[in-house]
Design a protein around this ligand. Structure first.
Ligand SMILES: N[C@@H](CCC(=O)N[C@@H](CS)C(=O)NCC(=O)O)C(=O)O
Length: 315
């Protein structure tokens, strides 16, 4: 199979979620480091506008969002499963809560003046990062630090209750719920250690985190961003139904026909649009075809949930 190329950066919590899934499935992968803030010319050459981290490239197919990347990894390497059949519904619903409510509560707690001072090499880098993220959050409400602290404490206790029962949240083996709940807590522990006391109230939580960390990151090998763009330009995107996604049947909820010129944006946090021709709109995902001067023709894939599909404005 063509290489799995993960575009990510070490400090990114959502990337840690995927790195651990790769570790759980013992997969080899190529590791491309992307910038933490805009501009991201090599990212945009592949995604067409989407700037969030991580995304997964396989040849000329670009899979955006960790929810979709989980599906791709399960397809590539079904064992061990991250979506065990008996937890199919609950694990995805729990993961969605963790990737949204838990994540944003943790981040409002993690990034406060006390921790921000320790996270960046200097004031200029800190200011650039905070300004970039503020612009990304412009359509979101943000928890105040005290409210975030109260909620985070409660969520941690609830997760610890689950870890009291079994080695992992829903049983003896990890599933997507564990990976989704882990990454924001990993950020507290490793990227904002001055804030990490909050994790100590619940020993079973730390033991559960240690069990997940022990899964490792699989077998990464470095690749430059330029080489990743060359990989795309030398490949053809796979037709819908033959790529690494589970379904291809057309589901039209928007009155937008296949072949239409469309744009896709995240519902919130980083709403830069990707524009292209709609080549698939299935129960689970959208796929756009676009041609880039450097990357050639690529298919960019997004999950349906969390993304907005619109007809593109006529040129
Ligand atoms: N729902 C997305 C969220 C991804 C996300 O918010 N990632 C953060 C980094 S952990 C991000 O994109 N930050 C801005 C950036 O990296 O440019 C996913 O699951 O992939």
């Amino acid at each position: 199979m063509t290489d799995l190329i993960l575009h990510h950066y070490p400090e990114s919590p959502f990337s840690e979620k995927v790195r651990l899934m790769l570790g759980f499935k013992k997969l080899p992968w190529k590791s491309v480091h992307v910038p933490r803030i805009q501009p991201k010319p090599d990212v945009v050459a592949l995604t067409g506008g989407y700037r969030r981290t991580p995304f997964l490239q396989v040849g000329a197919d670009i899979y955006c969002d960790t929810a979709l990347i989980g599906d791709v990894l399960e397809h590539v390497q079904p064992e061990p499963p991250i979506y065990p059949p008996h937890l199919k519904g609950v694990s995805r619903i729990f993961a969605q809560w963790a990737d949204s409510t838990l994540f944003w509560t943790a981040m409002a707690y993690n990034i406060q003046p006390k921790s921000a001072a320790t996270m960046f090499p200097n004031e200029a880098v800190a200011q650039a990062f905070l300004a970039d993220r503020k612009a990304m959050r412009s359509n979101m409400t943000q928890l105040r630090p005290a409210d975030a602290t109260s909620a985070y404490r409660s969520y941690l206790r609830r997760i610890a209750h689950m870890a009291d029962e079994h080695d992992f949240l829903f049983g003896a083996e990890p599933c997507v719920a564990d990976f989704a709940a882990y990454h924001a807590l990993w950020y507290t522990r490793h990227r904002a250690p001055v804030m990490a006391d909050i994790l100590q109230a619940t020993p079973s939580l730390i033991e559960w985190m240690d069990r997940l960390a022990a899964l490792g990151h699989g077998r990464p090998e470095p690749l430059s961003a330029e080489d990743a763009v060359t990989v795309a330009s030398n490949a053809e995107p796979l037709p819908p139904g033959e790529n690494l996604l589970v379904d291809s049947a057309f589901q039209d909820d928007h009155g937008i026909a296949l072949g239409s010129r469309v744009s896709i944006t995240a519902e919130s946090f980083g709403t830069e649009a990707t524009e292209g021709d709609l080549v698939a709109a299935t129960r689970t995902h959208y796929s756009l075809s676009r041609t880039d001067p450097r990357a050639g023709t690529v298919h960019v894939h997004f999950p349906r949930i969390g993304y907005v599909l619109r007809k593109a404005d006529p040129a």
